[in-house]
Ligand binder design. Sequence first.
Ligand SMILES: Cc1ncc(C[n+]2csc(CCOP(=O)(O)OP(=O)(O)O)c2C)c(N)n1
Ligand SMILES: [Mg+2]
Length: 342
Amino acid sequence: MTTDVQAAYQIDDTGIDLDNKTLLEMYWQMVRARRTDERTWVLHRQGKIAFHISGIGHEAIQVGAAYALRRGYDYSHLYYRDLAFAFALGYTPRDFLLAVFGKAGEPTSGSRQMPSHFSSRALGMLSASSPVATQVPQAAGAALACKMRGEDRVVVTALGEGSTSEGDFFEGMNWAGVHKLPMICLVENNIYAISVPMHLQMAVPNVADRAPMFGVTGAVVDGNDVLASFRVMSEAVARARNGEGATLLEAKTYRPVPHSSDDDDRTYRSRDEVEEWKQRDPIKRFQDYLLERGILNDTAIEEIEARVRQEVDEAQATALDAPYPPAEDALFPVFAPDGTDR
Ligand SMILES: Cc1ncc(C[n+]2csc(CCOP(=O)(O)OP(=O)(O)O)c2C)c(N)n1
Ligand SMILES: [Mg+2]
């Protein structure tokens, strides 16, 4: 472990005023997403599902960001890595595993959409498209709608650092700046866009360095520190809600697993690099912080693990037992029942 990594291990709780119940709930959210994600990898390796794209390693920024929102009121426009984010907003392991198995009753789209395209009208999650960065102009549009209606809702959208090379990112951020929108563009910078490292995507050291050109606030946070993430996101939410405009928030993080179940990351990065980042695992860091302060102990850790295991087991059993959608469902709602376009 390098000195840099050791220095960055401590959780920065400056100015954090969360009660122990909330801290434990945040820890549980992170564990719940991690275990669901790990189970999904196992199901893939067992040949039971076709594809998985993982959020492992990104849990701290996602849970920290979600807890800074007025959940159920603010809007979110997430991306495929945001499993922990989606869970913290109310999506469940059952919802996710129904999508992974492509079963009927999946709440996002009845399993028409790929898994990890999180959306829910009830939870205020705008529907996700597969082309990366399209969510940025869409989120700007939603934020403009909130502003025009005089609502104090905030819109958060998330994407990876590689996706900020897309024109949609520039167009959406420009709009957010021009109209001083109540928007947060959260970039989960894990240094790679599949195999392409960040330095081949941009000539600046931080994605957030681009904020001044859009006329928005820029902020960088250690995305493996859940409390620092919560604090910086809370500041961005307050700015948005108070009419002070948008924030380009960059969370420095890492994905210790391949891009997706179709990727072999050994072809583009060293095992030493991956191991070094694993030393800064966001869940272990938060667990150590809670243990040191007596907020968590070994028995409580076991209880949380058992509760999560039971929920994931039940979600898996439900998803396995659920029927596939009927074939004719594929036509709905594309065509009216009588065959005419709607
Ligand atoms: C417009 C577009 N181009 C390419 C792809 C294929 N693709 C999916 S994810 C991805 C990498 C994105 O990397 P990054 O934005 O850094 O996010 P990360 O996966 O690292 O979280 C690419 C190229 C796509 N979905 N959309
Ligand atoms: Mg990336």
